[in-house]
Structure formats: structure tokens, C-alpha cells
Design a protein. Structure first.
Length: 179
């Protein structure tokens, strides 16, 4: 599996420091609020888990699942919600937790859907931001690191449901997905 990686972009150690720094910032920003962290499945699972361990506040966790990729490397643009969360968010300050903000289409769809449920507030945190590919009008309130326009996997990010379990973020070799 590691042989399919062209280069490592973010090491395990760097991921730890990123989640620690972001967790400390969220702890400050959400003092006195009723925090609901909503992970966007499946990619955010590792990030959400590690991030939540660095947040020194009571919080709730939930998950939403949307799909727009299928088995390709480029978003189809056709967004489908496959797992939803509770309808009433009026008591919560919602933090949408995303693995990568790429075109923004999926996240914008989820954001617009959740804002209709009247949360106290809604913010977005992404581990990876790829602003060069942004199409939708959305930006993250918290960003771990910007990444170049390359196909990245690991730490929850996948290609055709594989590579999520890599402990770092790496660039997948083109020959793996250009078969």
C-alpha cells in the first residue's frame, strides 16, 4: 500500500500537531456553547476522532454521509445524502468536520441543508483545504493545512474506498488511478 504513494504531504507527527492546535482554538471559541460536531463520513472519521480528543469541552458527536465521487478521482457533482442527522439543531452550535475542502460542492450542499434546521451557529473545519479547485461559494472557518491540486489519500481520505487507514496524508501515484 505504501508503495502506491508518490510522496508524503502531512506526516503523523504533523497531523497530531494540527489537531492539537485546532482543538485548543475550538475550546476557546466554543466556551459556554452547546457544541455539536458533525463529521462528514467517511473521510472525516480519523480527523474528528483526534480533533475531539483535543477539545476540552463537553460536546456531542454525530455524522452525516454524502457522496459525490463514486469510484473516481473527480467529484461527479451529483450529491446524495446517504446518512442524515437529527432535524432540530436549534439548541446547538454546529461544527461541520470535513476531511478535505476541494470543489466545495458537497460541503456547500450539507451546509445549506443544516442551516435550514436553525442551529445557534454553524461553522466549518477542514483538515485539508484545496482552494485551487474551489467551485462552490464556501470556505472553512478553521483549516488544518492547504494542499496542492494533487490526489491525496490517507488519514480517512480514500481512493475507491482504499488507503483510508494510512497514518499520514500522501499523494497517490497517478498509475494507481489511471488504470
Amino acid at each position: 500500500m505504501h508503495q502506491d504513494i508518490k510522496k508524503v504531504l502531512v506526516t503523523e507527527e504533523e497531523l497530531y500537531e494540527i489537531t492539537k492546535k485546532l482543538g485548543e482554538k475550538i475550546t476557546k471559541d466554543y466556551q459556554g456553547k452547546k457544541l455539536l460536531m458533525v463529521g462528514v463520513l467517511k473521510g472525516s472519521i480519523y480527523f474528528l476522532t483526534d480533533l475531539s480528543r483535543h477539545i476540552d469541552l463537553p460536546c456531542q458527536l454525530d455524522f452525516i454521509q454524502a457522496s459525490s465521487y463514486g469510484s473516481g478521482t473527480v467529484s461527479s457533482g451529483n450529491i446524495k445524502i446517504t446518512k442524515d442527522i437529527a432535524d432540530d439543531l436549534s439548541e446547538f452550535d454546529v461544527l461541520l468536520v470535513e476531511d478535505i475542502l476541494d470543489t466545495g460542492n458537497t460541503l456547500k450542499h450539507i451546509y445549506d441543508m443544516l442551516i435550514q434546521r436553525n442551529p445557534q451557529s454553524i461553522a466549518v473545519i477542514t483538515l485539508l483545504d484545496k482552494p485551487s479547485r474551489r467551485v462552490a461559494d464556501i470556505k472553512a472557518d478553521y483549516v488544518g493545512v492547504d494542499v496542492p491540486n494533487e490526489f491525496v489519500v490517507g488519514y480517512g481520505l480514500d481512493y475507491d474506498q482504499y488507503y483510508r487507514n494510512l497514518p499520514y496524508i500522501g499523494v497517490l501515484k497517478e498509475e494507481v488511478y489511471e488504470k
